[in-house]
Design a protein around this ligand. Structure first.
Ligand code: C2E
Ligand code: MG
Ligand code: MG
Ligand code: MG
Length: 275
């Protein structure tokens, strides 16, 4: 009897697993047509100068408006896209979408601010990346100073020589490079010293209890001062409340991005904000 019971359990588990597998395979398939079906959209999250609270830039964050499932978060589909390499098409779409909007807004006389775009590790290994970026910049006549790319700390600290060379190539286009999610990977300070980045984005996990933990405050202060001494700009990410903002002001933080100031917003709302 107990054997039968266990067998039944196992069967249910097995079925669940294959359902999950089927779901992922379906998503993987659907993703291939997401670009031509206009299902991808960008939200923009503004970044602010912490002292005067003026908008100083933004980050483009992708969402997938799936026809039957609804809005899907990048955390759910970027890994799938990386697996199939379709991320290369997505990345190109994001870059073109951002550049075309910058051109459009500039022509309308709107004061644009730099936009940061997330680059996946897979994209850095795509041999045409630099050429693609160059072609799109030229096509829309976008000042490269208005573009920043973000790569995560984990991406940045693996295969260092190759990544450093790629980042140097990107920077030679005039595009700035930011290290995203700093504090979540296995940081190696000697790499941080050598990697050709312009901006350090402190991950939200570093700041979580900064308003009531002095040790967190000391740590963040030290990272910000290290960053400054390496001539990097800094962004504090995921700042959610005013208490955090107040403490951050005393740490030397310059730029903040987070719910305390603004969530990622739809494009029409972002355009209004720029105006
Ligand atoms: P990320 O680049 O670190 O982006 C910041 C994430 O934190 C965003 O999540 C944003 O909505 C969220 N966030 C911002 N402020 C706050 C806050 O105050 N509190 C909290 N709890 N969260 C906050 P999102 O939009 O879900 O994006 C998740 C990740 O997906 C991004 O992390 C990035 O790694 C990736 N991603 C997004 N768009 C793209 C893209 O176009 N290409 C690639 N390759 N990856 C992307
Ligand atoms: Mg990012
Ligand atoms: Mg981040
Ligand atoms: Mg992240």
């Amino acid at each position: 009897k107990s054997k039968e019971y266990r067998y039944q359990n196992y069967a249910i588990f097995d079925e669940k697993l294959s359902q999950e597998k089927k779901r992922l395979m379906q998503l993987e398939q659907d993703l291939f047509s997401s670009i031509k079906n206009n299902e991808l959209i960008l939200h923009y999250q503004p970044k602010f100068n912490i002292n005067n609270e003026k908008i100083v830039g933004s980050e483009a964050l992708i969402r997938w408006q799936h026809p039957t499932i609804g809005m899907i978060s990048p955390m759910a589909f970027i890994p799938i896209a990386e697996k199939t390499r379709f991320i290369n098409n997505i990345g190109k779409w994001v870059f073109e979408e951002v550049c075309s909007k910058i051109k459009e807004w500039t022509e309308e006389g709107i004061n644009v601010v730099p936009v940061a775009i997330n680059l996946s590790r897979v994209e850095l290994y795509q041999p045409d990346l630099i050429e693609n970026l160059k072609v799109i910049l030229t096509k829309y006549r976008v000042d490269p100073k208005l573009i920043e790319v973000e790569i995560t700390e984990t991406t940045a600290l693996n295969d260092i020589d190759f990544i450093n060379k790629k980042l140097t190539d990107i920077k030679s286009l005039g595009i700035k490079v930011a290290m995203d999610d700093f504090g979540t990977g296995n940081s190696n300070l000697s790499n941080l010293k050598d990697i050709p980045i312009d901006v350090l984005k402190l991950d939200r996990s570093l700041l979580l209890d900064i308003e009531n933990n002095e040790r967190t405050e000391v740590m963040v202060k030290s990272i910000l001062s290290l960053s400054k001494n390496l001539s990097l700009s800094t962004v504090c990410e995921g700042v959610e409340n005013r208490n955090q903002v107040e403490v951050l002001k005393s740490t030397g933080c310059e730029v903040v991005q987070g719910y305390a100031f603004s969530k990622p917003i739809e494009i029409y709302e972002y355009k209004k904000l720029l105006k």
